[in-house]
Design a protein around this ligand. Structure first.
Ligand code: PGA
Length: 252
């Protein structure tokens, strides 16, 4: 089912005390939202943040990553079983920072998607093009390939559980947002591409978030686009006031 979602990706920010302070602020400032809220803190905070947000049924717990193997000798890694055991409901997969700094490739991302789904959690699958691809106008094909290589092996019933986040890399953490029109064009193209594989009804039901310098000032315009179902928020999710404004911008 297509849902409106605002997801906060804290990245490698916040310790336990200031993280819980942030959650407290977000809870205080958020009246009944017009969609779902996902909070994705760093791994060590998952359990405590989860306990805090449990009091509101529209708040959900997300992780920023998972390992692509079930278990074993992978020092320092975190498995989907572990995430599931602390109440995680969403897992961000394929963020551009993971693709770039940790060299995560499409087959590995597909394995993460499979494991996440098999543990009853929903992937938030990130896609998006670098600047040089946008400049030569091949961004639609680039993103289509990312979806195809890591998601299109899924059966329809599993694909329906996936949330997609379109995050143009040139807009992440740069202060340079895609215009509402650029976001709409790409979200529409993604929907058309999904329709070709899974049919129109699945495409219409797919939640597609925008990410990349989305903030309290531009969220309402971005979310007002017909194919934009909310946002994956980095920097602005670290400030309770800003995050609450972004949540308030959901169109419902
Ligand atoms: P940003 O990050 O909002 O800080 O640009 C978005 C993201 O990386 O998910």
């Amino acid at each position: 089912m297509r849902q409106q979602i605002v997801a906060g990706n804290w990245k490698m920010n916040k310790g336990l005390e200031d993280g819980l302070e942030l959650v407290k602020g977000i809870l205080e400032k958020t009246e009944k939202p017009k969609g779902l809220i996902v909070i994705a803190p760093p791994f060590p905070l998952l359990r405590e943040v989860g306990k805090m947000i449990k009091v509101r049924k529209y708040f959900h717990l997300g992780a920023q990553n998972c390992h692509h193997e079930e278990k074993g000798a992978f020092t320092g890694e975190v498995s989907t079983d572990m995430l599931q055991s602390v109440g995680t409901e969403y897992v961000i997969i394929g963020h551009s920072e993971r693709r770039e700094y940790f060299k995560e490739k499409p087959a590995m991302l597909a394995a993460k998607v499979n494991l996440t789904l098999s543990r009853g959690m929903r992937p938030i699958f990130c896609c998006g093009e670098p600047l040089h691809i946008r400049e030569v106008d091949t961004h639609v094909g680039y993103v289509a390939k990312q979806l195809k290589s890591s998601l299109f092996h899924l059966k329809e019933e599993d694909f329906r559980k996936v949330v997609i986040a379109y995050e143009p890399i040139w807009a992440i953490g740069t202060g340079r947002t895609a215009s509402a029109q650029q976001a709409q064009e790409m979200h529409h193209a993604i929907r058309v591409f999904i329709a070709k594989k899974y049919g129109k009804s699945v495409a219409n039901d797919t939640t597609i978030l925008y990410g990349g310098s989305c903030n309290a000032q531009n969220a309402a315009e971005l979310f007002s686009q017909p194919d934009v179902d909310g946002g994956l928020i980095g920097g602005a999710s670290l400030k309770a006031d800003d995050f609450a404004v972004i949540i308030g911008a959901l169109k419902g």
